[in-house]
Design a protein around this ligand. Structure first.
Ligand code: SF4
Length: 315
């Protein structure tokens, strides 16, 4: 039986050694645990990581994130080995858009352009004209001719926010992220009362009532940039709490408060259980055993690549 390496530092050292030996790169999302972010070669949001995945010369990509992100990395690198520490690390938002139901909607509106948020399965991407992330969504929507009607999927909150920003009416898929729908407005306003000088910042996957009270709405990287460049020193942050690790590193002297969740939990904030399925031990195991691997059919990858490529050209 394989000996389990328990010690965090030892485990991180082993991961770094294996990475070197195997010419592997570790891409980690901001929502990953700090001990994973510490051994990553690149940390970023969906768009930044997709760009890194497209540029890498490594033989193996270990994607410390969720399934659709690793799939995107594979689609961008069909000949490389792409590993995900836990194959069960899914996404409630991606799961809220099953391909068969979405295909039916698309068939009902054949004249519509289909714009999909990157948080969807590879199969949904094959049904899309163009993919977007929260960093570039506005630009992508604006690139579509004004007279062309649009279906936007799967996130209805982001879709509603984009309709307001761009003035475009869109047909929205009724999907959402459980983490971004978990914020409590009442509790948030309570926290704000205790910190009246705080800026409220939110990810556009959050519900409308949260976005309405936010001083800034933007993607994960947009929020990081805002906090760094703002003259304010206290922020209430409405997105997955994992972002706070990188944010605090960027602004050690500023106060960051996670927006409270409706449910009482140990950290009183919102965490993505899917993202947290990856652990340092699983990362080590997957790099050592080169498993679990993301395997996709060639035809699926070719079809899904087109709308991602279009997005990259516009980003
Ligand atoms: S935070 Fe939401 S959208 Fe992001 S991976 Fe988790 S469930 Fe999916």
């Amino acid at each position: 039986m394989e000996k389990t390496v328990n010690n965090k530092v030892n485990l991180q050292e082993q991961v770094r050694k294996l990475k070197e030996q195997k010419n592997a790169v570790i891409l980690a999302h901001y929502y990953q645990e700090p001990e994973i972010q510490e051994v990553a070669d690149f940390i970023g949001d969906s768009l930044e990581l997709a760009k890194k995945a497209a540029q890498t010369t490594a033989d193996i990509i270990v994607f410390a994130g969720v399934h659709f992100m690793a799939e995107t990395a594979k689609i961008l690198n069909p000949s490389k080995k792409v590993l995900l520490p836990d194959l069960k690390a899914g996404c409630s938002l991606a799961d809220s858009c099953p391909p068969d139901a979405f295909r039916k909607l698309k068939e009902k509106y054949p004249d519509h352009a289909v714009v999909t948020y990157i948080n969807c399965s590879a199969e949904i991407k094959t049904l899309s004209d163009i993919v977007c992330t929260s960093s570039n969504a506005e630009r992508i929507i604006n690139s579509i001719p004004k007279e062309k009607p649009i279906i936007f999927a799967p996130d209805k909150n982001l879709g509603r926010y984009l309709m307001e920003k761009t003035g475009r009416k869109m047909l929205l898929w009724d999907g959402a992220c459980i983490v971004h729908e978990a914020f409590s407005l009442d509790k948030l306003l309570e926290v704000y009362k205790q910190h009246p000088s705080a800026m409220i910042i939110a990810h556009p996957e959050s519900e409308d009532h949260i976005l309405k009270v936010a001083n800034y709405v933007g993607s994960t990287s947009g929020m990081l940039h805002y906090v760094k460049s703002s003259e304010h020193d206290t922020f209430i942050v409405a997105t997955e709490a994992g972002i706070l690790y990188q944010m605090q590193k960027d602004v050690p002297h500023k106060t960051l408060i996670p927006a409270p969740a409706k449910e009482d939990n140990t950290c009183a904030c919102s965490e993505c259980a899917f993202m947290k399925m990856n652990t340092l031990q699983k990362l080590y195991n997957c790099l050592k055993n080169e498993d679990p691997e993301i395997i996709l059919e060639k035809e699926l990858m070719e079809k899904a690549h087109k709308p991602i490529k279009k997005m990259m050209e516009l980003s």
